[in-house]
Design a protein around this ligand. Structure first.
Ligand code: SAH
Length: 377
């Protein structure tokens, strides 16, 4: 019986083990899943007929019941500094954004995990859009597949994307299962083969989900802290009212301590003029993080229309950084990249050409997709 388009299985986001189980249900050998994963993710082949080491009968079955479908590229823009931004249109018409940030020794892809976000952080423009829906695992992994297919491969590397950060739209821990399945594919040697240090999950601090994450994977962790005390964090990152700083830091310690993990948490701290950028607040942060093995990533605020916040002066940023540095913290100030294509942190506004109109009419779909730099090895 042939599948209708609506109930065909999209194989793009399936981890190897799930594919193997599916194949076994069809009476096929499980190891075929490894071959299929290699075709899709290593060789970039999507057409079953071209998968020549897979038996004709399985290929016929796949063509009948399954599909490999990617999001559609609605917009691709390249910055003078090499940053590339894509707006991707999903099957239901929603759009998400993905940003590639090249550096000398790596190529970092900043990916989205949800359409919109439910968390309402006051300085984040995605929050203004509200929450629409979770991405599926294939919509998450599709961002990497597409970026690799569009970008030139630098000499000495097998692919353009060497690092992935979950720092686009959405809260990845609020979309746990799909995010973990996509991470499995990122780490699978038969798929993308990224080391766990080259995949960074950034979270606003959903404590129970962070503990669950520690049970199933140990990718690098970035935590959006943004304030040195609960009173201020309650205002900037409202989920703090549910999971206050102490509980969050305990969960960070558990995440890095469990098993054989030696990497540190990266704390992200967006600098907002007059709100959280004062020397006294740097000192409070130093005292707070004294016993947490960590790096600190300072992100000068990028404003967006309607935002009540202001970016601090470079002097204020340097003073804040110096205080942390002097206290022995590894501190990075994130550079703004892709300014000319609105791809900087907090600035990106989804723009999709509305095909029903003449020419290119830009419609605002959502905002904020922050490229993250220097957060993983
Ligand atoms: N929900 C996850 C992942 C989204 S990326 C999280 O909260 O970590 C979110 C990051 O974007 C946050 O760390 C925040 O620092 C950054 N961010 C959001 N809006 C920003 C803005 N306007 N300027 C600079 N950074 C911003």
């Amino acid at each position: 019986m042939s599948a209708t388009p609506a109930n065909r299985l999209n194989l793009l986001g399936m981890r190897r083990q799930r594919l193997a189980e599916q194949f076994e249900q069809w009476g096929e050998r499980g190891f075929r899943a490894t071959q299929l994963v290699k075709w899709i993710h290593q060789r970039g082949v999507l057409d079953f007929d071209s998968m020549t080491d897979i038996s004709k009968s399985l290929r016929a079955r796949l063509a009948e019941r399954a599909e490999i479908v990617l999001p559609e590229i609605a917009l691709e823009r390249s910055s003078d500094d090499g940053t590339v931004k894509w707006v991707l249109r999903l099957a239901d018409g929603n759009a998400i954004e993905t940003v590639f940030i090249p550096e000398d020794d790596r190529g970092t892809l900043c990916i989205s995990s949800q359409v919109g976000c439910a968390l309402d952080c006051t300085f984040c423009s995605t929050a203004q859009q509200g929450f629409n829906r979770n991405l599926t695992a294939h919509e998450i992994i599709g961002q990497i597949w597409l970026a690799n297919s569009r970008l030139p491969v630098p000499e000495g590397r097998s692919r353009a994307v060497t690092n992935v950060v979950f720092m686009g739209m959405g809260e990845p821990l609020a979309n746990f299962d799909a995010v973990v399945e996509a991470i499995d594919l990122m780490l699978d040697d038969n798929a993308y083969g990224l080391s766990k240090r080259r995949v960074t999950l950034s979270t606003s601090g959903l404590v129970p989900a962070l503990d669950r994450l520690g049970q199933v994977t140990d990718v690098a962790l970035a935590v959006s802290l943004h304030a040195p005390n609960d009173a201020l964090r309650d205002r900037l990152v409202p989920i703090n009212r549910k999971y206050p700083i102490r509980e969050l830091l305990d969960a960070c310690r558990r995440y890095t301590r469990d098993g054989a993990r030696h990497h540190r948490v990266t704390f992200e701290y967006v600098l907002l003029a007059g709100i959280n950028d004062q020397p006294a607040q740097a000192r409070e942060l130093i005292a707070l993080l004294r016993d947490v093995p960590c790096k600190i990533n300072l992100i000068p605020f990028n404003s967006f229309p309607g935002s009540p916040f202001v970016r601090p002066s470079m002097d204020a940023v340097r003073t804040f950084e110096r205080l942390l540095d002097d206290a022995g913290f590894v501190t990075i100030v994130r550079r703004t990249r892709g300014d000319d294509i609105d791809a900087a942190c907090g600035q990106l506004v989804g723009q999709v050409a509305d095909r029903s109109s003449r020419g290119v009419r830009m419609i605002r779909l959502h905002a904020e997709l922050p490229p993250r730099l220097g957060v993983s090895a």
